[in-house]
Design a protein around this ligand. Structure first.
Ligand SMILES: *Cc1c(COP(=O)(O)O)cnc(C)c1O
Length: 229
């Protein structure tokens, strides 16, 4: 039985995404951030049409993976430790959170072992926050140049989690900075890259993110309700 609140949230968010996407002239992927959400509820959302889900912890990704409807594409969106790469490679279609050359190298190595190519995004620490992982804005070109040389991985775009901002205008500045960076790399095909995805925007700011150029939004609480930690 799919609960009414889930139907309402799913419909409302989908509509908001469609309106903002049309305004921006972009196609936008609605990815649900499913941390702490039980597989039954995730499957209910998939029944409603949800097709992209993202976990941010390896252990939780693995324990829920078999219980989730195969119709959904699985992404990994959280901080990934090098020693856990082997558990995720081959199971996640896109890893959003590659924040170092070292991590990219390990994903490359494990992917080559399996004879596959893993799609990744580079996570950018756009707010220069010490508490957050991600590549510094001014290092993105340099790191991309190194990472793109590895076999077994395909750098498909950029991802960010901007600082918490009380003003929408302030958060738009971060989104817009990210978009500029993304477009510069994409349009110039820097280092022969082929970037397609800009993953940014969460429950509180996904509309602004889309308006500023995001084409993947990662939404948790607006869809599933408040998490109980
Ligand atoms: C939890 C999470 C989200 C979604 O956050 P909400 O504010 O609940 O929408 C997005 N991205 C990442 C990496 C997350 O871990």
């Amino acid at each position: 039985m799919t609960e009414n609140w889930l139907i309402d949230n799913y419909k409302r968010i989908s509509e908001n995404i469609n309106i903002a996407a049309e305004k921006a002239g972009n196609e936008v992927t609605f990815l649900a951030a499913t941390k702490t959400v039980p597989p039954e509820i995730i499957n209910n959302a998939i029944d409603l049409g949800l097709r992209y889900i993202g976990e941010n912890r390896v252990q939780e990704f693995l324990s829920k993976n078999d219980k989730i409807n195969p119709a959904a594409h699985r992404h990994f969106i959280g901080h990934l430790q090098t020693n856990k790469v082997k558990d995720i490679v081959g199971k996640a279609e896109l890893i959003h959170s590659v924040d170092s050359v070292h991590l990219a190298k390990e994903i490359s190595k494990k992917s080559k072992n399996l004879n596959i190519v893993t799609n990744i995004l580079l996570e950018v620490n756009i707010g220069k926050e010490e508490s957050k992982s991600g590549i510094a804005e001014e290092e993105v070109y340099k790191k991309l140049e190194e990472i793109i040389k590895f076999d077994g991985i395909n750098v498909k775009g950029l991802m960010t989690i901007p600082p918490i901002c009380s003003e929408k205008a302030e958060i738009r500045k971060y989104f817009s900075k990210m978009y500029k960076l993304f477009i510069e790399i994409k349009n110039n095909k820097l280092y022969n890259s082929n970037m397609v995805y800009l993953s940014m925007g969460m429950s509180g700011d996904y509309i602004e993110a889309i308006e500023e150029g995001a084409n993947i939004v990662r939404i948790g609480t607006a869809l599933f309700g408040k998490r109980n930690y």
